[in-house]
Design a protein around this ligand. Structure first.
Ligand code: FES
Ligand SMILES: [Fe+2]
Length: 420
C-alpha cells in the first residue's frame, strides 16, 4: 500500500486559520434583488473578468463578443494587425447600434473580419477601434472622425486567458489583481490543451450558490453517490471526506483534493463504459506527458494528488486535474436568481481515435456531474427565497464558501463607502 502524504492542516481549523468567523451565515446576499444591484456596481463593473482564451483569436482579425449582463455591457475582443488583443464596447458611435452580432442581438458571436461594419448606416471601424469610414460624411457637421473610434475597454492577457475590466480606471493591474497564488500557475501548458468541449446553460440560482457547489467536495459521496461504485461512496459517507489543502490569497481561493487512481487499484470498481473508454470523471486514464509542472500546481504537494480548483474572484474557476487536463467554469449573473453557466474542458489534442473517445467520455461525465449540482441548486434557491430560515451553519470543509460571500460583502461595502 502506498503511503499517503498530506500537508498538515493548520492548528485548530482552516476557517480559524484564515481568520474567518465560524458563526452561521446568512444567504440574504443570494436572494435579495437589492443586493444584486449593489454587486453589479461594486463587482461586475470593477473587477477583472475572464472572457476567453487567446486560442479563440488565432490571427489578426479574429474576434469574439462577450455579453456581460451584470455590467450592462457587450464587449468585442479582437486581435489587431499588430497581434495585440484589444477589447471595445460593442456600440456603434453613430446612433448606438450594437456593432457585432449575428441573427439574435442578445447572443454572442465570433469570427474573422478586416473591419467591423455597422449594419445600420455602414460606419466602419478598423481592428484597433478607429473610425475608418462614414457614410455620406460630407453631410455631417464638423465631424472629427478621430474622436469617434470605438470606446476601449481595459484588456490584458495572462497565461493565455483574456481578461477585461469595465472600470474606467482599474485600481490594480491584472497581475496585481491575480496575486501570487494564481500567477504561480504560469508555465502550466494551457496553450497545449487546445481540444475543447464546452457546455452552456442557464441556471435558476444565484451565481454564488453554484460557485459554492464547487468550493467543497464533501457533498460528492452524497449528492453524486450513484456516480461512483456503491461500496466506495458508502465508505466515503461513513468515514467523511476531507480535502487535504485549502488556500486563500486576497479575493481568490484554492482547494486541492487527494486523488486515488481507483481504476488501477481496483479495475472492477469502474463502470463497463469507463473500462472500455479508459476514462471517467477524473479524465482519460492514460495521461499526456506534460513535463515538469510549475510550483503553483498542487502547491501543498499533496500525494496522492487529485486536482486543484482555483476560484478566481469574482466568477471564474480554473480546475487542474492530476490526470493532465483542465477545465474552466464561468458564472455570469443575469439576475439575483439566474445565471449563465459555462463549463469548458480542455485536453492536449488527441493523437488517435482511442484518445479522442477517452476525452469525449471525460467531457460527458463532467456534464452529468454538473447537471446534478445544478438541479440541487435550483431547489436551494427556491427554499432560500422562502426565508423560512435565515442562518445556516457551515463546517470547516465549507471554508471557501464562507470566504466567497465574505469577499463579495466586502467589495459591496467598500463601494458603498466610496460612494458616500
Ligand atoms: S448606428 Fe451604426 S452606422 Fe448608424
Ligand atoms: Fe458536485
Amino acid at each position: 500500500m502506498t503511503k499517503r502524504r498530506f500537508p498538515k492542516p493548520p492548528e485548530g481549523s482552516w476557517t480559524e486559520h484564515f481568520g474567518l468567523d465560524t458563526a452561521p451565515v446568512s444567504y440574504e446576499d443570494s436572494v435579495s434583488p437589492a443586493f444584486y444591484e449593489l454587486e453589479r456596481e461594486a463587482i461586475f463593473k470593477r473587477a477583472w473578468l475572464n472572457v476567453g482564451r487567446v486560442e479563440q483569436l488565432p490571427r489578426a482579425g479574429s474576434y469574439f463578443t462577450k455579453e456581460i449582463a451584470a455590467a450592462d455591457a457587450s464587449v468585442v475582443v479582437v486581435r489587431g494587425q499588430d497581434g495585440e488583443v484589444r477589447a471595445f464596447h460593442n456600440v456603434c458611435r453613430h446612433r448606438g447600434n450594437k456593432l457585432v452580432w449575428n441573427d439574435e442581438p442578445h447572443e454572442e458571436t465570433q469570427g474573422f473580419c478586416r473591419q467591423f461594419t455597422c449594419r445600420y448606416h455602414g460606419w466602419r471601424y478598423a481592428l484597433d477601434g478607429s473610425l475608418a469610414f462614414v457614410q455620406q460624411d460630407s453631410e455631417f457637421f464638423d465631424l472629427d472622425t478621430s474622436q469617434f473610434g470605438l470606446v476601449p475597454v481595459h484588456c490584458d492577457v495572462w497565461a493565455g486567458f483574456v481578461f477585461v475590466t469595465l472600470a474606467a480606471e482599474p485600481q490594480q493591474s491584472l497581475r496585481e489583481f491575480l496575486g501570487p497564488m494564481v500567477t504561480a500557475l504560469e508555465g502550466y501548458p494551457f496553450d497545449r490543451m487546445t481540444s475543447r468541449f464546452g457546455y452552456r446553460t442557464t441556471i435558476n440560482a444565484n451565481w454564488k450558490l453554484f460557485m459554492d457547489a464547487f468550493a467543497e467536495f464533501y457533498h460528492a459521496p452524497v449528492l453524486h453517490a450513484k456516480q461512483s461504485p456503491g461500496k466506495y461512496s458508502a465508505a466515503a459517507r461513513q468515514s467523511g471526506f476531507e480535502a487535504p489543502h485549502y488556500q486563500i490569497d486576497g479575493p481568490h481561493r484554492l482547494v486541492s483534493t487527494a486523488g486515488v487512481r481507483l481504476w488501477e487499484k481496483d479495475p472492477e470498481s469502474a463502470k463497463p463504459v469507463e473500462r472500455i473508454t479508459r476514462s471517467g470523471l477524473f479524465g482519460p486514464w492514460d495521461q499526456p506527458d506534460l513535463g515538469e509542472l510549475p510550483a503553483g500546481v498542487n502547491p501543498a504537494k499533496c500525494d496522492p494528488w487529485g486536482l486543484d480548483s482555483f476560484q478566481l474572484f469574482p466568477n471564474f474557476v480554473i480546475l487542474i486535474w492530476s490526470q493532465g487536463w483542465y477545465l474552466t467554469y464561468h458564472y455570469w449573473p443575469t439576475s439575483y436568481r439566474t445565471h449563465v453557466f459555462d463549463g469548458n474542458v480542455y485536453f492536449v489534442p488527441a493523437a488517435n481515435a482511442r484518445e479522442r473517445v477517452a476525452q469525449e467520455m471525460a467531457a460527458v461525465t463532467f456534464k452529468e456531474f454538473a447537471m446534478q449540482d445544478a438541479n440541487t441548486l435550483e431547489a436551494t434557491q427556491l427554499m432560500l427565497e422562502s426565508r423560512a430560515v435565515d442562518r445556516f451553519p457551515l463546517n470547516d470543509q465549507e471554508v471557501l464558501c464562507r470566504h466567497l460571500h465574505k469577499v463579495v460583502g466586502e467589495w459591496v461595502e467598500q463601494r458603498a463607502g466610496a460612494a458616500v
